[in-house]
Write a protein that binds this ligand. Structure first.
Ligand code: C2E
Ligand code: MG
Ligand code: MG
Ligand code: MG
Length: 277
């Protein structure tokens, strides 16, 4: 009887997995379709200097709207896009949009604002990646320093050689590099030395836990590490004045979070920036 029950559980388990896989495949099919029909959007979240209290740039974040007005979370569709390789084409589109946006902002009188774009591992594995980024910047005639690439620790650890080499070339061309979600991955500190970095992004988890000893100690350690390595630091996910004060006291350079602004569409961003002026 025990054996029979085990067999039944296994069967349910398998049906569960098959159902999940079918759901994901259906979602991926929809993503492909919506991307092909130009239905993905790129939103922007401002990044603020703690020194001047001014917007110095923004992070570009993908949004996938549904017909019901809701959005599919990037935490759901980005992994699917990565797994399927679709992120390579989506990523090129994101870069194109970001460069267009930098140009657009220049025309509106915001000549010094940088845009940070998230980059996934499959993009680095694609041989034409470095050249396509450089070509995009050149075609739009923008200052390469205004474009920043965000990579996570897991991307670095996955294929350090490929990633370091690619970033080195992009860095030589003038493009900026930030390490994203820093502190939650398992990157060896020795890679920090080899990476041509400009900025460290302190992960949101530590900012959320700033009122606890662990969060405070880790955030402080990351920020002083950045200082010692001569890198700029930015705190992600700042939601309260207390969090802002805490990271400012630690010597953090910039902040990004709901306290200043949530990610917004390009048209709204322009209004937001004009109001700040
Ligand atoms: P990320 O790069 O770490 O982006 C920051 C995430 O934190 C964003 O989530 C943003 O909306 C959220 N956030 C910002 N400030 C706050 C805050 O004060 N409180 C809280 N609770 N959340 C805040 P989002 O937009 O859902 O994106 C999730 C992740 O999806 C990103 O994490 C990034 O890893 C990935 N992603 C988004 N767009 C792209 C893209 O174009 N390409 C790639 N490869 N990945 C992307
Ligand atoms: Mg990011
Ligand atoms: Mg992040
Ligand atoms: Mg993240």
């Amino acid at each position: 009887k025990a054996k029979k029950q085990l067999g039944q559980n296994y069967q349910y388990y398998q049906e569960d997995m098959e159902e999940q896989m079918a759901e994901r495949l259906a979602l991926l099919r929809m993503l492909r379709q919506d991307f092909a029909h130009d239905r993905l959007q790129l939103w922007y979240q401002p990044q603020v200097s703690l020194n001047t209290e001014r917007v110095v740039g923004m992070e570009a974040l993908l949004r996938w709207p549904q017909t019901n007005g809701q959005f599919v979370s990037p935490a759901v569709f980005i992994p699917l896009a990565e797994y399927s390789g679709l992120i390579v084409d989506i990523g090129s589109w994101v870069l194109e949009q970001a460069c267009l946006q930098i140009k657009q902002l220049q025309k509106q009188g915001f000549a010094q604002l940088r845009i940070a774009v998230n980059v996934s591992m499959p993009q680095f594995r694609n041989h034409g990646f470095v050249q396509s980024v450089i070509e995009c910047v050149q075609r739009h005639q923008i200052d390469p320093q205004l474009l920043e690439l965000e990579i996570t620790e897991s991307v670095v650890m996955d294929e350090p050689k490929i990633v370091i080499e690619a970033l080195q070339k992009l860095k030589n061309f003038g493009i900026k590099v930030a390490i994203d979600d820093f502190g939650i991955g398992f990157s060896s500190l020795s890679y920090l030395q080899q990476l041509p970095l400009d900025r460290i992004k302190v992960d949101r988890a530590f900012i959320r836990d700033l009122d606890k000893v662990e969060g405070e100690v880790i955030a402080e350690t990351i920020i002083s590490l950045g200082k010692r390595l001569n890198l700029s630091t930015i705190a992600e996910g700042v939601e309260t004045a207390a969090q802002e004060q805490a990271v400012k006291a630690m010597g953090c350079d910039e902040v990004q979070g709901f306290m200043y602004a949530k990610p917004m569409p390009a048209a709204e961003l322009l209004l937001f920036l004009q109001q700040q002026k």
